[in-house]
Design a protein around this ligand. Structure first.
Ligand SMILES: [Zn+2]
Length: 89
């Protein structure tokens, strides 16, 4: 491990992972690397806490609406299809 890491560069690398991490879509290795960075970076820790809080609020409001699972599945399908289209372009 380098004794002096360029924090701003590391932060820029970590930022895209933060959202994936909050969504629980980050791989194990990436999650560990991110958590290691969060240990020494209060700025990124604050950002990810914010991301997690947003998702918590959304999840809670979705729960209170009692969305049918079929609707959830079709939303996931739309998101997945959109993601596939973006990759193929
Ligand atoms: Zn950082």
């Amino acid at each position: 491990m380098k004794p002096t890491a360029d924090l701003s560069t590391t932060c820029k690398l970590v930022q895209p992972s933060a959202e994936l991490y909050a969504d629980g879509q980050l791989g194990l290795v990436e999650s560990l690397a991110l958590r290691q960075h969060l240990d020494g970076c209060p700025a990124c820790r604050k950002q990810i806490e914010c991301e997690l809080r947003i998702r918590q609020v959304v999840r809670r409001s979705v729960k209170s609406l009692t969305v049918p699972s079929s609707l959830v599945m079709s939303v996931y399908a739309i998101i997945r299809a959109a993601g596939v289209n973006r990759i193929s372009n």
